[in-house]
Design a protein around this ligand. Structure first.
Ligand SMILES: Cc1cc2nc3c(=O)[nH]c(=O)nc-3n(C[C@H](O)[C@H](O)[C@H](O)COP(=O)(O)OP(=O)(O)OC[C@H]3O[C@@H](n4cnc5c(N)ncnc54)[C@H](O)[C@@H]3O)c2cc1C
Length: 238
């Protein structure tokens, strides 16, 4: 199918065809982690609504939070240097084994979730490089700057991009100039967050018990600074 228009915004995700057409085929970088995401009605005992609970172990982690008023969303990340296919089926048994001796809410949540409600995803990003635009064509969201989900910012960045791009197009009717403005406004912030997400992923990758103990001590020591850095990401205004 073909179509015509004044401009094109490639918002087609991690393996963007628009990106490949602009800059050539280059696969995203696999970052040695696979993740599982689940949805269930089961709410663990003692869970405090509006809190995210996150547990970090040696080369793996688990978190959960409420979605809306009655559903629990949970996520698990597991180090996997030997990448399996992106479409491998989820084995709940395997997941139960991995988190068997963890805080009781975790195996309970896995047990309470239908296998069909668990999504497995390998994790990728790209090294941030300008430019995303060529004349009247640009990229947005994961097509432009895919990142690890360790700070939970990928979709947030796509939404911010969309807001900035719409403002630029309102102020500047020439799409080529509007896209230059858009890129200028978005590059530094998204680069920073892609890089911070990768750093954060490295913390989760540690497996050596001394390195893990050191990391845990560091997180305890730095908890105010860590919380402030999240606040500064969340309070950004375009
Ligand atoms: C495990 C995990 C947890 C995450 N957690 C969070 C989180 O807590 N918070 C957060 O902000 N982000 C999170 N993210 C990141 C978030 O999912 C992505 O950053 C976000 O979905 C990117 O949005 P996008 O619109 O750029 O791309 P996508 O959501 O990938 O959307 C691209 C769309 O383009 C379509 N498409 C692709 N190719 C074509 C084509 N050729 N023709 C037509 N359509 C096409 C696709 O079907 C898709 O609908 C997480 C990601 C993962 C993997």
């Amino acid at each position: 199918m073909t179509d015509e228009g004044d401009a094109l915004i490639g918002a087609d995700g991690l393996r963007s065809r628009v990106r490949a057409a602009l800059f050539g085929e280059s696969p995203p970088i696999y970052r040695n982690f696979t993740t599982f995401r689940g949805l269930t009605d089961y709410i663990p005992n003692g869970y405090r609504p509006s809190y995210i609970r996150e547990y970090l172990g040696a080369g793996k982690g688990f978190g959960f939070m409420m979605l809306g008023k009655s559903r629990m969303y949970w996520y698990a990340a597991v180090k996997a240097p030997q990448k399996e296919s992106d479409t491998t089926m989820v084995s709940k048994k395997e997941l139960e084994m991995i988190f068997m001796n963890w805080f009781p809410s975790i195996p309970e949540l896995i047990d309470a979730t239908d296998e069909s409600n668990i999504l497995k995803t390998n994790l990728y990003d790209r090294v941030p490089v300008q430019a995303w635009s060529q004349q009247n064509i640009t990229l947005l969201g994961d097509a432009a700057h895919p990142m690890l989900p360790t700070l939970g910012q990928g979709a947030c960045m796509a939404l911010e991009d969309a807001l900035v791009i719409s403002k630029c197009l309102q102020e500047q009717t020439n799409p080529t100039l509007a896209f230059q403005q858009y890129e200028l406004q978005r590059f530094a912030r998204t680069k920073y967050i892609v890089e911070q997400s990768l750093q954060s992923g490295k913390m989760g990758e540690l497996e050596n018990r001394y390195a893990v103990a050191l990391r845990n001590a560091f997180i305890k020591l730095m908890r105010t600074a860590i919380s402030n850095s999240f606040k500064s990401i969340h309070t950004y205004r375009v």
